[in-house]
Design a binder for this molecule. Structure first.
Ligand SMILES: COc1cccc(CC(=N)NC(=O)c2cccnc2OC2CCNCC2)c1
Length: 389
């Protein structure tokens, strides 16, 4: 019964892991567009497909509410991701996006939105191949409709609509192990507001630690320490793009960003994504940058806290400033912006700062997957240069 659905899909199968004769690359060839199923997959009778226009305030609010009440929770069901409306519009409207890849399911009678799944196009390099893929995200089925096998049909429908745009690969993450991860990342948390994190049960007081000792342990300076550290601006896009493109070449799987992508994904958007550059005081060139996105979580059933303000490490490139110093400044500004916690995966060069900057390991893993693309063997998480939202 395990992976009944995934055993039918063009993804690396566990049984193939031993078979090193299988070539790296697409598992199935593209289908002629005329042979791609033209009509949507069948849904159970009571439900209908809908394309969600995220530029519509009303629809965006429906999607926000569905996710806010039914999306991913931590393993102990104490927290649930609470993506903001502005974040969802940012995440789903990158250059070249397709409205038809923002897919909802409504109850025919009540028109209530009860499920959602999305794709966005992205140029991803795998080794030396640059492939236009779909990044699939926000798969959500209302709690009351679980184990009706809706998720497989949602995945088949987004795959069909991706195929109609002549795109044959996808990238996605999950907190569960499916056939077959290209890598599994450990996530790490750096306390910024330890008292609140302990109050809400996100963290626990260490052995032989008092609350005041803990608050002192995580205390940070009031402002960044690196000379020339400032908020990124639109005028920094060319230099940040050069820094990021060069840096990401170090990794086996990474996005191939151009200036339009950097303008969309990295230029600060209030309450959504923040980024900072280090501008050399002598040459005025940008030598480093760091960025993090804002993904709050609802705190479930707590008497006096309802929201956990969390920053998630995004893309960081240090060429002159030590990475540890750059990321310490990221922690300092995140604390200044009243974030409670700063999260990071052990991808790229992150392992180099996690312990030194007092991150603690989370209690789970985030697994990365490619659809219809086989790679020889699993990557080390430090070989991954892709951060999904
Ligand atoms: C603290 O509130 C939570 C609410 C729901 C789930 C989790 C645990 C968890 N699953 N965390 C992650 O997946 C995670 C941990 C560190 C960095 N990025 C992450 O996930 C990102 C990227 C994948 N899509 C969700 C956000 C925590």
């Amino acid at each position: 019964q395990r992976h009944k659905f995934w055993e039918t899909q063009p993804v690396g199968q566990f049984k193939d892991l031993r078979d090193t004769s299988l070539p790296e690359g697409p598992i199935e060839p593209p289908t002629p567009l005329s042979e791609v199923k033209q009509e949507p997959y069948n849904l159970p009778n009571l439900y209908e497909w809908v394309t969600c226009d995220m530029n519509s305030e009303e629809t965006c609010l429906e999607v926000y509410n569905l996710l806010s009440n039914n999306y991913v929770e931590d393993d102990e069901n104490m927290f649930r991701f609470n993506y903001s409306k502005e974040f969802l519009q940012w995440a789903l409207h990158p250059p070249g996006y397709f409205k038809t890849w923002h897919i909802g399911v409504r109850v025919k009678s009540s028109k209530k939105l009860v499920a959602f799944i999305t794709g966005i196009p992205a140029k991803i390099r795998v080794q030396n191949e640059i492939i236009t893929m779909a990044e699939v995200n926000f798969l959500c089925v209302h709690k009351k409709l679980r184990s009706k096998r809706l998720a497989p049909v949602m995945i088949k429908e987004v795959t069909r609509r991706v195929h109609l745009e002549n795109i044959w690969q996808a990238a996605y993450t999950a907190g569960v192990v499916l056939p077959t991860p290209i890598t599994s990342c450990q996530y790490w948390h750096r306390s910024l507001n330890p008292k609140k994190l302990i109050d809400v049960g996100f963290s626990r007081l260490g052995p032989r630690m008092t609350m005041s000792r803990t608050m002192k342990l995580y205390k940070l300076p009031d402002s960044p320490l690196t000379p020339g550290f400032r908020k990124m601006e639109l005028r920094d896009v060319p230099s940040v793009t050069r820094l990021l493109k060069t840096y990401l070449l170090e990794f086996v799987v990474a996005p191939d960003f151009d200036e339009m992508d950097v303008e969309h994904w990295i230029v600060p958007k209030e309450g959504v994504v923040d980024s900072f550059v280090v501008e050399s005081q002598e040459t005025h060139e940008v030598t480093d940058f760091c960025s993090f996105y804002s993904l709050p979580s609802s705190i479930l059933g707590h008497p006096n806290h309802s929201n956990l303000k969390a920053a998630y490490s995004y893309y960081n490139v240090a060429t002159k400033t030590p990475l540890i110093q750059l990321m310490n400044d990221a922690l300092i500004v995140a604390k200044q912006m009243d974030f409670d916690v700063f999260n990071a995966l052990d991808v790229m060069h992150n392992e180099g700062f996690l312990k030194e900057l007092k991150f603690g390991p989370g209690d789970g893993k985030l697994h990365y997957y490619l659809y219809n693309y086989r790679i020889k063997s699993m990557l080390r998480s430090s070989e991954l240069g892709l951060v999904l939202l």
